[in-house]
Design a protein around this ligand. Sequence first.
Ligand SMILES: [Zn+2]
Length: 77
Amino acid sequence: MADDVEPPVCLDRDTSDCRGVVEYRTALSATGKSFPRCDKHWEERLVRDEEIRARYPEQAPPDFDPTYAGERWDEDY
Ligand SMILES: [Zn+2]
């Protein structure tokens, strides 16, 4: 009879008002982790993710110089 499963609480509840259902959403990154977010904050999260991807394309631009600033483009692979 006891039901001690807590309903998930949106991770972003402190940043702005939540809206919609709070569910565990699987992150887009390869970690495979999932985090509870409401409909509204999950939507915002997806938009932010697209913006980040647009700014940092996966392919190195043709004029990318790997020696510049000592960074390597594919360091994380
Ligand atoms: Zn929320």
